[in-house]
Structure formats: C-alpha cells, structure tokens
Design a protein. Sequence first.
Length: 220
Amino acid sequence: MNTSIVDTQMTPRKATTHHWVVLKLKNYKRLVGRMKFLEKHPVGNGYSLSSIQQDDKLQELHRQLRGMPSSMYLTEREQRIEAVAQTYLERHPLGTKSQLREVRGLQGKNTQDERLLRELEGKIQKVLEARVGYTADSGGIQGVIDRVSELQDLQREIELIDRSLDMLGEYKPEYSRLLRLRYVEGRSVDEVAGEFCIARKTFDRWRAKAVEEYARLAGE
C-alpha cells in the first residue's frame, strides 16, 4: 500500500492522534461485543449485570425516608452510624455500589468512628450480596462491582464514539460515513472509495481531514 502525501506530511502529534482515533474506531465492534457479553453475564440469584446496573429500588425508599426525622425509622445504633457517615462523607452518591466505594475509602479519626464506618460498609455490602448473590464465578461482591464498572466504562466509550460520529455527520456527513465504513465496518479502501466514487488520492485527503475533525469533536 502506498503512503499518501497527506500521511508523510503529518506532524508527530497529528500522527499519534490519527493512530489513536483509528484504533478506537476499529475497536468499536469489539467494545459492543464485550458490552453485550457483560450485560448477560450471570452474577447469582438469577440476576445479570444489566439487571443490577441501575440503582436499586432501595434508593427510592431512601429518598422518601429522607423527608422524615431519622429517629422515626432508625435504631439508636443506626442513628450513630448515620451521624458518623454524615461527618466523614464529602459526597453522598445515590447508588449502592457507589456508596460502598465511597465508604471503603473513609478512615475514622478514632477507634469508635472507625468501627462505625466499617459497620456501615458491612451493611452496604450485605445489601448488594443479598441482591446479586455471592458466587465464586463472579468473584464475590467485588467481582460484581468490577464488572459493573467495566460495563459502565464500555458504555461511555461506545456512546462517545457514536456521539462524535453523529455530530460529525451533521456538518460533514461524507466524513462520518467514511470513518464508519472504513474503520467501524472494516471495509477496504477501494470499497469505500468506490462507495463515494472518488479517487484514492481524494480518499486519503478526506480520511485525514475526517480523522482530524473526529479527534476535535471527541476531545482526542
């Protein structure tokens, strides 16, 4: 394959950006495949990752209870745990998995606070274990959390690619389609050039500009 004039005139920075954009677009189908696999992955008690990815229904109950004094529904011990959590937590995530990660990172300033924080961590973990089971196949509750995190990362990456290509298509539809056909669909250069009825030299020029525009939109 001949190297185009456009490619030989690339600066090192542009060449690196071009390389990463192409890799990400070529990787799109693998990302989608991995995401679909994880969504159906069993984690215990008849649940799959897709069924536990969203915040659980306990969060709705929690939001309702927040409008009431905690003394009306918490024991004295639970009120102490709530108090120490309010003291140490800088953020108050709604999701149970996010709460577990947040509390795990806290360290009490004294023995009593540390004991209460670890008790809170245990309570949150039991909620997750009861919901999804504690199976060896999923690596325990931490394995479930790791897989959910991976699934969310994949979804964000796929959404970024789709959004960037869609935005590019709004003002340069030929560039967006070229990138999809060449890298996402894996069509050959000759096939894509034939699709647009353009010469190889024109294809190379379009491709370089398309990658540059995509990188700008995607923040690469």
